[in-house]
Design a protein around this ligand. Structure first.
Ligand SMILES: [Zn+2]
Length: 261
């Protein structure tokens, strides 16, 4: 198992972190490619889109992989298939606005994303194709089965992608860091340890989210726009930035290897 870059990336993981009074910025230079992998497009934009946009703003590249179209979030007035296409169109507009180089959909059914060898290898192949340094995805503490499965799929896919002896159409690729996104549906035991300054992209990110009917409250009760726009302010207060997103690093990234304290 090739976990070296993942497990030994502690220094890099902390580079984006900030605690009140002790924040730091990433070291100079262009950030590495970042890939957001979400169960549904709304999760990708609302909870991971600002991090994508921020890395792109600093000269990096980004890709968004959605495992489904989120088509079953349709309201009674909209057919499920039609809503799926609305979600696809909104995602294309949003990612274009944010400068995301690749927006990819895997056509698993909403509310039925499978956690199995096929789906894990499909995500592995996407990771090998787009070669991200950083992956952002769902935390496991979710009530939503698609989010839980996405978390499990991504963890296994990162492992498979790095496995030199796993022969696929593309060569192995090691992801350096995994972060879990701050999602109201994945809140159980979510403990952020990394705060990312998104002030430079905050307004553009809100515009991108506004392409989705769900963001504007047209498909359900939850006030996505109020929640996520305010969350960025609240996380910014904690981080010492005007606007921030909070992320939770994978436990494997938190291990220190020191010769002395
Ligand atoms: Zn979702």
């Amino acid at each position: 198992m090739n976990r070296r870059s993942f497990a030994q990336s502690l220094g890099g993981a902390m580079a984006l972190s900030a605690l009140p009074g002790s924040w730091s910025s990433s070291p100079g230079g262009i950030p590495g490619p970042i890939m957001a992998i979400a169960a549904h497009p709304g999760d990708g934009l609302f909870t991971m889109g600002a991090a994508l946009a921020q890395q792109i703003e600093r000269g990096g590249t980004g890709a968004l992989l959605s495992l489904s179209l989120g088509e079953k979030g349709a309201s009674k007035e909209i057919q499920v298939q039609q809503y799926g296409e609305m979600q696809r169109t909104a995602t294309q507009k949003a990612t274009h606005l944010l400068g995301v180089a690749e927006s990819i959909f895997l056509a698993y059914p909403d509310a039925g994303i499978p956690y199995n060898e096929e789906s894990t290898l499909a995500v592995c192949d996407a990771i090998r194709q787009y070669k991200p340094d950083v992956v952002v995805t769902h935390w496991s503490g979710s009530w939503h089965k698609d989010h839980q499965n996405c978390h499990l799929i991504v963890r296994d896919a990162v492992f498979y992608a790095a496995l030199e002896t796993l022969s696929r159409s593309r060569p192995a690729h090691s992801v350096s860091k995994i972060y879990y996104a701050d999602n109201w549906e994945d809140a159980t035991n979510f403990v952020p340890d990394t705060y990312l300054d998104i002030d430079a992209v905050y307004e553009k990110w809100l515009q991108a989210c506004d392409f989705y009917p769900m963001w504007r409250g047209q498909t359900g009760f939850f006030r996505y726009n109020d929640y996520y726009s305010a969350l960025a302010v609240m996380r910014g207060c904690l981080a010492g930035f005007k606007h921030a997103v909070a992320l939770m690093s994978d436990p494997g990234q938190r291990t220190s290897r020191l010769r002395s304290l």
